[in-house]
Design a protein around this ligand. Structure first.
Ligand code: UDX
Ligand code: UDX
Ligand code: ADP
Length: 465
């Protein structure tokens, strides 16, 4: 079967960039991206492509080349479902905040709503592709809804998890290490799998397109994220040990990373990992293991999260301890709010937790981030529910100029590894700060010897003082 029309439900960080790449590489396929969020769709359609709702290097150019040709953004979900041969489900699957599995399991209500809508609207056979990260065996639930509420048409379900990382979405989509497509073991299932293989084969070498059964594909996504996060927690655990010995975590990372069995990537100690996936997927893995009574498996993976929470808290505590055990009324500049550089995404960012800790200690927190809006920063804090909406706005300030952030500050803390921080004139910043001027580098980003020569008291992750 040759796919001519694709619908993607969900115009977020996954759906938006992925569909843009498919449209760019498959001019013969019409791609409709739909979302129930009017504002988001309006931004995707903004006449100035720089206003698209997601910041990713290279993305707006690609949208500019394809939008209105074979890539369309709309809120008319039904029309897009109706036309499509293949439907990607790319809606959010946050951690449940209520009921059974609260704080652990993935909330599948958005997925279920999509499935019910597809079943109600479809009048021809469709291939349904799970793009969102889902718990193992979600396809089974999807099948049950589609088959029991549909109009008698056939649905084939594929799992095609997305492995792109934010900040590098365009290059990851262009040159993926692999594309994974899980399908059902039947003639129809294999034909559906082949149809999706053929879409990716327009730009991805065939040997990098892996096909598996649906369950392996679903579990592989959770496992990949769990392994990646585990490496960060492992190096972060060692960073604390380095700080009390005379070892340097960067040197340790380099030494172990040159063992080809270990590999050099993802060994950067930090203030803690964030992002929409790592914590959510591990909690989900832990929950699944517990559901099957596999308590040792659950405890093993939960430790990755425990370590990450510890790392964020320990960094915030270090600031308080260093500033003579009190930050009450002291101005502290947080440089960076995004969970990593080159994205405006802030979900689960370490900055949120560090800011919350410092606000509890009555610090006067000022945030500078080159890409994150002040609305987003306040909404992240409000979401924690630690203090009122008004208090968050009174105690924390967001500024658009880094010099304003550090003006008369007692300390500055690097929380996101934005390249521009490396190019700041730190001498001018030093001159603007109160003395002694403290600098906490939560990303091991800056040249600490130079900073110390300027006069800063520097504290970094993974190296003793
Ligand atoms: C290890 C280190 O590899 C080596 O660098 C160090 O110098 C000494 O310790 P060794 O114990 O000789 O070497 O063997 P290794 O190949 O690492 O295997 C250790 C154990 O892990 C074995 O029982 C092996 O069967 C097991 N293993 C290894 C697995 O179960 N799965 C794997 O994927 C790899
Ligand atoms: C991750 C996976 O990498 C991607 O394959 C999956 O599709 C989605 O989840 P993402 O969350 O976008 O992608 O970013 P990633 O680069 O993995 O970083 C996650 C967090 O770990 C960030 O906060 C980052 O700063 C942190 N990190 C990463 C470290 O602290 N040290 C490292 O060495 C690597
Ligand atoms: P991700 O990082 O997984 O892409 P996002 O939250 O960025 O997550 O994007 C998910 C998008 O899915 C949101 O824009 C949301 O409005 C949209 N969405 C959720 N449920 C539905 C639905 N039933 N129909 C259409 N869009 C939906």
């Amino acid at each position: 079967m040759k796919i001519k029309n694709i619908c993607c439900i969900g115009a977020g960080y996954v759906g938006g960039p992925t569909m843009t790449m498919i449209a760019a590489k498959c001019p013969h396929i019409k791609v409709n991206v739909v979302d129930i969020n009017n504002d988001r769709i309006a931004l995707w359609n903004d006449s100035n492509v720089d206003n698209i709702p997601i910041y990713e290097p290279g993305l707006s150019e690609l949208v500019g080349q394809t939008r209105g040709k074979n890539l369309f953004f709309s809120t008319d979900v039904n029309a897009a479902i109706h036309q499509a041969d293949m439907i990607f489900i790319s809606v959010n699957t946050p951690t449940k905040t209520y009921g059974v599995g609260k704080g652990m399991a993935a909330d599948l209500k958005y997925i279920e709503l999509c499935a019910r809508q597809i079943a109600a609207v479809a009048t021809s056979d469709k291939i349904i592709v799970e793009k969102s990260t889902l718990p193992v065996r979600t396809a089974e639930a999807l099948r049950s809804i589609l088959d029991n509420t549909g109009n008698g048409v056939n649905f084939d379900i594929l799992s095609n998890p997305e492995f792109l990382a934010e900040g590098t979405a365009v290059t990851d989509l262009l040159n993926p290490d692999r594309v994974l497509i899980g399908g059902e073991d039947s003639d129809r299932g294999r034909a559906a799998q082949q149809a999706l293989v053929d879409v990716y084969a327009n730009w991805v070498p065939k040997k990098q397109i892996l096909t598996t059964n649906v369950w392996s594909s679903e579990l592989s996504k959770l496992t990949a994220n769990a392994f990646l996060a585990q490496r960060v927690s492992s190096i972060n655990a060692l960073s604390e040990l380095c700080e009390v010995t005379e070892a340097d975590v960067n040197e340790v990372a380099r030494a172990i990373g040159s063992d080809s069995r270990i590999g050099s990537k993802f060994l950067k100690a930090s203030v803690g990992f964030g992002g929409s996936c790592f914590q959510k997927d591990i909690l989900n893995l832990v929950y699944i293991a517990q559901t099957y009574g596999l308590n040792e498996v659950a405890d093993y993976w939960e430790q990755v999260i425990i370590m990450n929470d510890h790392q964020k808290r320990r960094f915030a505590k270090k600031i308080v301890k260093t500033l003579f055990n009190t930050v009450s009324g002291k101005k502290i500049a947080l440089m960076g709010w995004a969970f990593k550089k080159d994205t405006n995404d802030t979900r689960e960012s370490a900055s949120i937790y560090v800011a919350d800790y410092l606000l509890n200690e009555q610090a006067e927190v000022v945030v500078y981030d080159p890409k994150v809006t002040s609305e987003q920063i306040y909404s992240d804090l409000d979401y924690l529910g630690t203090r009122s909406h008004e208090e968050n706005r009174r105690l924390l300030k967001v500024v658009k100029n880094p010099l304003e952030a550090v003006h008369k500050a007692h300390a500055a803390a690097i929380l996101t590894e934005w390249d521009e921080f490396k190019h700041f004139d730190w001498e001018i910043i030093y001159n603007n700060m109160l003395k002694p001027a403290f600098l906490f580098d939560g990303r091991i980003l800056l040249n600490h010897n130079e900073l110390e020569d300027i006069g800063f008291n520097v504290y970094t992750i993974g190296r003793g003082e």
